[in-house]
Every structure is written in C-alpha cells, then in structure tokens.
Design a protein around this ligand. Structure first.
Ligand code: PMP
Length: 459
C-alpha cells in the first residue's frame, strides 16, 4: 500500500472522471472508493479494505470475481486474437457462443445478433422489429412501440424512448420517439388501486385496450419479464407475463423480452421467461452474459424475423447495423466459459437453496418500522423504504434515504446501490450462505441505523 499513490489516485479520480448516475457535486466531497482487486464475492479497495459485492458489480457478476475458468478462457483467447470484426467475417468464439446461446434460449429463438451492452441490445431489438414489419410488406404503418410505465431499457436515445422512469428519462422528452405506455403491475402501489389475486389481473385489460386500438401501429411490446429492475425490483404477479405473451400474439405485435438484467440465472432460472414458459420473438441479453467480465450483448430473434431480412442485395433488406466491437472474441470466450461453468457446476440447481434462505431471512426485514415492501425473485431483491407503513408514504426525494443507507452499508463493508427509496440486493450467484447472511445483516443494520436507530437487531 502506497499512501502517496493512493492519494494521487483519489485526486485524479475526483478531477478527471465523470461518474455515471452520480451527482458529482457530492461525489467530489467524499473520499472515493477505488477498487483495486476482486476475489469471489469480495472487492478490495486501494487500502486493502474488503467489501462484499452486494450488487454483483451492477448486476453483472455471476460466479464472483476472478473465476479461474473465465480468467483462463480470456487468457487463452488472448493468445489467439483479441479482436476481429464480425462485419462480413466471423470468429471462433462468437460462433461457439451463438451455438451455446441458441441451445439455452427459449424455444424458437434461432439467430444471434451481437453488440456490446444492454442499451444496444435493446436498440437493435427496436430497429429489427421496426424493419421487420416494413419488410413484411405492411408498408411501415407499424412504427410505434408499447412499453411500460417505470420501464428501464438503457441509456441510449432509443432505449430511453422506451423507458418510463421520469427521474432518468423526462429530461430528454423532446429528443425521444413517442411510445404507448401501459401500467406495469406494481402491486404494492397498484396503479389501478386493486389487489392481487382478487383483481384477476385487470392490468392486462389495460394492455389489451392499447393493443386492440393501436395494433396497426404497434410493431412490438417490450417488457422486462417477471421483474422491472431499475424501477425498484418490481415483481409481476403470476400469470401476467404469460398474459402479455397471449395478448401480443392475439394482436399480431412482436414481443421483445428485455432480459438484460434477469438473464443468466439471476431470477433462479436461466431466463425469466422460463418462469411462465413463454418465448418472446426477440430476446435482449447483456450484463451476466460474460459472467460479468467484459462488455457483450446479444439480441436473439426467431427464424421468421431473420428471414424477413433476406433478399437480393439491391432490395436493401440488409440490417445495416453493427458496432466496432460486435462479437468481440475475448468477450465471447468469457461468455462461453461462463455458460460452461453454469452447466458443469450445476449453478441453477445449487442456487435454489440460497434463494430459499434469502426468502426466509428477508422476512425479518418486515419487522423494521420503515420497510414497506420486500420483493424478491431469485437473487434479485428490492426493499422499499417508506415513511409510514400504513399509508405507504414515500420518503421525499431530497431525503436521499436510499443513498444514506448504502453509505452506512459501505462503512460496514458492503457495496450496494439504491434505486430511489428501494435498497437493492443482487449478490453473485456464487455467493456462499455465510456471505449472504453477512450481506443481509449489514443491510438490515444499515436500514435500521438510518431509519430507526432505536430498534434492536434480530439478525
Ligand atoms: N435493460 C435492462 C432491463 C437493464 O436493467 C439495463 C441496465 N441496468 C439495460 C437494459 C441497459 O444495459 P446497459 O447498462 O448494459 O446498457
């Protein structure tokens, strides 16, 4: 540890780096946390202090840090080639990964279009859906999209157009293309003021109203299946996603499943669509695809969609889209290794006990005075903090309640991030039960310390 170097790194960080989703006026006043190393579920900063990685380094890490098989796969690929384009030519690891992805994807998804992050995976889905209908001979009348209130699909202009989180998206309103928006079943604060299961999923009727009225215009409906992540881990009630699949079929609208956050085991299944046994027409993947090692994304489509792009060159049906690092061999090699580990170590089978453990432990949180709702799907958890449990009154934005809780957690050796008033836990799938217990007790204590310091801790 070199104190001079550390100080210099901190100063340079504060002066040079503009951090994403971060109020820099506040950031520069703090001592930055600069990560130097990682091992399993832990990250180590430049002072050697250990932190549990409670959000899988922004929902990407699957087997933890420094997973030998993935490290080796990248090193081996480096000995071959680091990068080569996919425009008009191919590379070995991109081909191997495509085979592996089609092998595990929901039925019918047969073609893999690569890019390098979740937002581009979604942009590509949007462009493909739009162009598909044009080339299907409907003359381009299907030019619009249906997305959900509170949806998050990324930060590029196309994916922001589909997004529905005012805090992130409203600012860019005049730059965006208009989309139809349906309420997502946020059951804790039901937009229709109903409650499940008595409601009989009335919210599906709202989607049907929009689809039946605008079916001629709507190219695709995009959904974060089973759980809206960035909205605050909002889980949908049983049957909802299946209902959406049925409605999109009924009205001849493509279904885009954005599994950027939920894919690769995060919900306890390989893909969230599996919970309701549905297959979308287009599937967006990123984040966990490389086990959290390198930027890579894939947009998968059915053969039918792909076929609409075939034609004589002069017909201009080609999909004119591609990024410099599309199908990067290092990233694809990491992804192939990630999937191999998932299979060989029976990650999904072994995960079920941890998910159960997590559900049991989370029940304790209900005792906290300011925990209004606890939502969980697999290893994705959102703990919604409220001023008053009875009225569900929200903490005012300026209270920064979530930020204060995660700052407490950081002091106690846990890295987590809030989504507004929701504290998110999303440990790597490889987390041990002991590590999970530690994460849970730190989070509990941190919530308590910020919201009601007088309560004793049962954990
Ligand atoms: N879609 C979903 C559902 C996401 O959660 C995210 C990122 N949190 C994205 C898209 C965008 O992914 P990226 O940050 O890799 O662009």
């Amino acid at each position: 540890m070199d104190p001079v170097r550390n100080k210099e790194l901190e100063d340079l960080d504060r002066h040079l780096i503009w951090h994403p989703f971060t109020q820099m006026k506040d950031y520069v006043k703090e001592v930055p946390l600069i990560v130097e190393r990682g091992e399993g579920s832990y990250l180590m900063d430049i002072y050697g202090k250990k932190y549990l990685d409670g959000v899988s380094s922004l929902w990407v890490s699957v087997h933890g840090h420094r997973k030998k098989e993935i490290d080796d796969a990248i090193r081996n690929q480096l000995d071959q080639v680091a990068h080569s384009t996919l425009l008009g030519i191919s590379n070995v690891s991109a081909v191997e990964l495509a085979k592996a992805l089609v092998g595990i994807a929901p039925a019918g998804l047969r073609k893999v279009f690569y890019s390098d992050n979740g937002s581009t995976a979604v942009e590509i889905a949007v462009k493909i859906a739009f162009q598909f209908w044009k080339q299907e001979g409907n003359g381009g009348s299907k030019h619009s999209f249906l997305s959900f209130i509170n949806a998050y699909h990324g930060d590029t202009i196309g994916s922001v157009s589909l997004g529905g989180i005012d805090l992130f998206h409203e600012m860019y309103g005049s730059l965006l293309f208009p989309v139809y928006r349906a309420p997502y079943p946020y059951c804790y604060r039901c937009p229709l003021e109903r409650s499940t299961p008595a409601c009989g999923l009335e919210c599906l009727n709202r989607v049907e109203d929009i689809l039946s009225t605008h079916r001629e215009e709507i190219a695709a409906l995009i959904i974060e299946p089973m759980i809206q992540g960035a909205a605050g881990m909002i889980t949908s009630p049983k049957g909802y996603v299946k209902g959406i699949r049925e409605l999109t079929k009924k009205y001849g609208v493509l279904l885009i499943a954005d599994e950027v956050a939920t894919g690769f085991g995060r919900t306890g299944r390989m893909f969230a669509c599996e919970h309701e046994a549905i297959s979308p027409d287009i599937l967006c993947l990123a984040k966990g695809i490389t086990g959290g090692y390198l930027p890579l994304a894939a947009t998968l489509t059915t053969g039918e969609i792909f076929n609409a792009f075939l034609g004589e060159y002069k017909e201009k049906k080609t999909f004119f889209h591609g990024h410099s690092y599309t199908g990067n061999p290092l990233a694809c090699a990491a992804a192939v290794a990630n999937l191999k580990v998932m299979k060989e170590e029976r990650i999904l089978e072994n995960l079920q006990g941890k998910i159960q453990f997590l559900s049991e432990a989370l029940k304790e949180y209900g005792k906290l005075e300011h925990v209004g709702d606890i939502r969980q799907l697999g290893m994705m958890v959102g703990i919604e903090l409220v001023v008053d449990k009875k009225t569900k009154e929200e903490y005012p934005f300026e209270d920064q309640i979530g930020i204060r809780v995660i700052q407490e957690a950081r002091k106690r050796g846990l890295i987590v991030r809030p989504l507004g008033n929701v504290i998110v836990l999303m440990p790597p799938l490889s987390v041990s039960q002991d590590e999970l217990s530690e994460m849970l007790s730190i989070t509990y204590d941190s919530i308590k310390a910020v919201t009601s310091p007088a309560l004793p801790s049962p954990l």
